[in-house]
Structure formats: C-alpha cells, structure tokens
Write a protein that binds this ligand. Structure first.
Ligand code: NOJ
Length: 526
C-alpha cells in the first residue's frame, strides 16, 4: 500500500502482483494450496481489501497472478483426489504407469520444466500424477468440466474482490494430449541435443504444451470477465496470458472470429530472441513481425524482462538499460516493466548456499547460475539505507544486491538523467497523442541504429533512435523515413547524449554516441 504512490510517481497504470495466495512456497506461491485465501506470510484478506481500496483511490489497477495449470500437492483438492474421493478423483492427471521387467515405470517419457520425470508416484493412491513443474505442483485435468468450473469460480471470487484482471500463468501447459481409449498417453519424440532424460529439452514438446483446446479456455475466461463487467460496471477487466509458444500460436490467444481472448497475450519475441549481438535489422524484424501477425483491432504489448529471466541490464549490458525502456515505452501498445527495470537494477549475486529456486536447486552446483531465477528476484532497492529500504527486519528471502548503495530509487530521483527519471519522462511522452495512438513505423537505419517513427495527423512527429552498439553513428533519417519534417528537437536525451533537451537537429544528420538512445520531436505539426 505504501508503494502504490511510487507506481503513480513513475506513471505505471496497472500492476501485476506475483502470487500471494496460500502456499507451501515450493515455487514461491506458484504452488497454491488455497485459491481463495491469502498466505499469512503476506497478510490477511483485510489487508488485501485495504490494498484494493487504496489502489482504486489512486487509480492504479491491480492484476492478480492466476495459476490455473496446477495447484500445490497440499491443496485440499489434491489431497481428496489422491484419496480417490469420487468428486475429486479426476481433478488431476493420474496413471498407474507400467510394469517393465518387474519394475514400475512412469506412463511416458515426459519431463518436468524443473528437471526429472513429469510423473511422480503417489503411495496412497498407488498411481503416478502428472506435474509439468515441481513435484509439489500437480497438474489439473482440464478435460474434467468440474475443474473448469472450479477455476471459473476462482476468477469470479477475485473479480468480486475488485481486481482489475489476471495474469494467467503457464497457460500453454493447461492441456496435455487426450489419453487413448485405454487411458494411455504417448511418449514425446526425443530431441537429439541431450541424452539426459532429466533435462527438460530431452523431448520435443508435442503432447504437453500448445494443445489446440488451450486458447478456448482463455475465451471462456474472457466471457466471465465480460459478464462480470456487464453485471457490475467499471472498466474492462483484463487478461494477460503467459505462453512461450511459436508466434502464430500466441496470436490465437487474442481470440478468433467468434470469441474474444486475452487483451494481452504476452509478446515474448524480444525477451526470447534478442541477444547482445542482435543488430538493428533483427530488432526491426521481431517488432514488425508481431505487428503484422497481430489480428486487426488488437493492441500490441512488449516484454523485455520478468521474474523468470536475468535482469535486462545483466543480459544486454548496463549501457543498454535506457535503450530498452525507451524502446518499450515508445512502441505502440502496452509496455510491461519488471519491477526494478525502470531504474536499471542488475542481477544480484546469490551463492549456491543461498539459492532457493527449484529450477536451480534440482540441478547441480556447477551450473546453478545458468538455471537460477533468484538473481533477478532480489529485493527491490529503494534506498542506500539499511536493507536497501526494503525491510526493517534483519533478513530478506534473497540477499540484497551488493550494488544497492549506487543503484536505488532514492538516489536516482535526484539525478536528472538517471534511468528512473528517463523512465518518468517517457511516461510523460506517452501522453502525446502521436505516441499514445499514432501510427508506427519501425526501421533499421543501418545495422547499428534502429528508428521508431510515431505520427498522427495534426500532431508532432516523434522518432526514437537507438544506437545499439559502441560506435559513434551519424544517420540520415530521410534515407528510411519518407516525407519527414526537416527539423527536429530533442524530446528526450540520456546520460550518453552530448545534446540537451530542446536542442534542434536536422533530420538529414543526427549523430548518436555509443549506446545512445534519444527521442526526437518535429518542430512542426504533421
Ligand atoms: C511461470 C511463472 O512465471 C514461473 O515463475 C513459475 O515457476 C511457473 N510458471 C510455474 O507456475
């Protein structure tokens, strides 16, 4: 509640909260044991209601993390399912496995995202259950209408509490292939790049993700949101869905000819495909590809960081922090910022001993750093004070980043061209009609420099320029953008710029310093 004001300060209009429901925390709340109660670690339902009330006052939308693919194995529904109670028997995916050479083996070769077989033997029920993630995260059986209705009720419960929408976790895992007439499942074909049957990449995922039924679940949920809005008024409730699927499949989540889907199927094109050496043509392709495949009338969204990937500044280099913020906030549509990326937090150091992420703990000390999601999840660095201002307690769940004295909100508030202040300036620019609702043209000017033009009749033209590499570049914008006004002025500069805000520049000759990104504004109206 205290920090909602900060979201206002930095121009954030909606915030997605990681799961805070009752959970044994095997995957930090992504293993829910009660879908309608709050874990005491985070507070009470009254606390949540107070948070909602304050958020409404400030007009900051609250989006819940909805985790439909699995529950905790400590969830009452699983306990009852494991006990074979009629009502819950088929709530999860069960199979007795096979006896081979006198030994029992799992039903298929399917692998868990967190390593090892995706099947776990349950002594009580004398069957295996499926878990695409941790063994403490059994997968629901979405082919059972009761499960679907149960999940629909979960959505209705939180809508009634006033939430503005849901981020839907791991939706592409929701369905597995249907069992055959004998109740058996097929093996997935092997990938040849690893011989390790415990590695997630061991099989080619044709039966465990991206089944054709899955987007229809989201269409069903969208109807629930729409019905709720009809009955209760207020703004449109939103669905953001997480699906690490091929782009053509992601597009189905927007909806089809007859049904609306999610307003925001996460666009992971940039986070998945860009790397340090990607040139401007690669950026151009990924952005335009999304825009051209997106169904008519929908909005784009852009993601470069989240709690499952290393920090942007650690993946791409700290010199590119402003670049990504400027890019995401001047492209058309919704920009999604992982907390801390607005002021350029970097990965924290987390020793093997302090590592808590199951994705790393289920593997080996030798390469835990490559697997661990902990470094991107260290506490937000509010200030240079005790515990980086995160807590007055004496410990935190992950160590505070060692750089907190120099990378924190308080300090950056006072530095005119800090990442944080650039982020705030960008939010002001987003209020400009050309950036808010204008057309967009994305062009590589050469291999090193990307340009994004935003324009709307009767308004100023904006061009953001990104020098991706470490050379000084001089570019002629007329070479790629037709019909430009001849003169621009700097509407946003960074600490890499030698120009000042308001300086004028000719469209035919713009110089960019190494890794410099800027936003230019035409001096005349279109
Ligand atoms: C995706 C979430 O982002 C990740 O943090 C979690 O571990 C898995 N889904 C399983 O719920």
């Amino acid at each position: 509640m205290e920090k909602l004001e900060y979201l206002k300060e930095i121009g954030v209009t909606a915030t997605w909260l990681s799961p805070f429901l009752k959970s044994p925390m095997a995957d930090f709340g992504y293993d829910i044991s009660d879908f309608t109660d709050i874990d005491p670690l985070f507070g009470t339902m009254e606390d949540f209601e107070a948070l909602m009330a304050r958020a409404k006052q400030l007009n900051v939308k609250i989006i819940l993390d909805f985790v439909p693919n699995h529950s905790s194995d400590e969830c009452d529904w699983f306990v009852r399912s494991a006990a074979g109670e009629e009502e819950y028997k088929d709530y999860y995916v069960w199979h007795p496995g096979f006896i081979e050479n006198g030994e029992r083996r799992p039903p298929t070769n399917w692998v868990s995202v967190f390593r090892g077989s995706a099947w776990e033997w349950h002594e009580g029920r004398q069957e295996y259950y499926l878990h695409q993630f941790h063994k403490k995260q059994p997968d629901f059986n979405f082919r059972n209408p009761k499960v679907r209705e149960q999940m629909n009720d979960v959505l209705r419960f939180w809508l009634a509490k006033g939430v503005d929408g849901f981020r839907v976790d791991a939706i592409y895992h929701a369905f597995e292939v249907a069992p055959d007439a004998n109740g058996n499942y097929p093996d997935e074909p092997r990938n040849d790049w690893t011989d390790d049957p415990d590695e997630y990449g061991y099989t080619h995922k044709i039966y465990t993700v991206d089944q054709p039924e899955t987007p229809h679940l989201v269409y069903e949920w969208r109807k629930i949101l729409e019905q709720f809005q009809k009955d209760n008024g207020g703004d449109e409730r939103v669905l953001m869905v997480e699906t690490w699927s091929p782009i053509e499949i992601v597009m189905h989540y927007y909806g089809n000819e007859t049904a609306e889907g999610a307003q925001i199927p996460f666009n992971f094109q940039l986070i998945s495909n860009l790397h340090r050496d990607s040139d401007a043509y690669h950026y151009e392709y990924l952005i335009n590809n999304w825009l051209s495949l997106m169904p008519a009338g929908k909005s784009a969204n852009w993601v470069i960081g989240n709690h499952d990937k290393n920090r942007v500044g650690s993946r791409f280099g700290a010199e590119r922090i402003d670049l990504f913020n400027i890019l995401l906030l001047t492209l058309p549509g919704c920009s999604i910022t992982y907390n801390g990326d607005e002021f350029g937090m970097l990965d924290g150091y987390v020793s093997w001993k302090d590592t808590v992420d199951p994705q790393a703990c289920n593997g080996y000390e030798e390469n835990y750093m490559a697997m661990s999601r902990d470094p991107a999840r260290t506490p937000l660095q509010w200030s240079d004070e005790f515990m980086a201002g995160f807590t007055s307690g004496s410990s935190t769940w992950l160590p505070i980043g060692e750089d907190y004295k120099s990378v924190n909100v308080k300090l950056q508030r006072g530095v005119p061209l800090s990442h944080l202040n650039i982020f705030k300036r960008l939010q002001q620019l987003r209020a400009e009609p050309a950036i808010q609702q204008g057309a967009a043209e994305i062009k590589a000017i050469n291999s090193y420099v990307l340009g994004v033009r935003r324009y709307l009749s009767g308004n100023y033209v904006y061009i953001s320029l990104f020098n991706i590499f470490d050379s000084i570049e001089n570019v002629n914008l007329n070479a790629v953008f037709a019909g430009l006004p001849s003169t621009f002025q700097y509407a946003l500069v960074t600490s890499r710029s030698i120009k000042q805000l308001g300086d004028q520049v000719s469209a035919s000759s713009v110089t960019l310093m190494p890794y410099e990104s800027v936003v230019l504004k035409s001096t005349t109206i279109l």
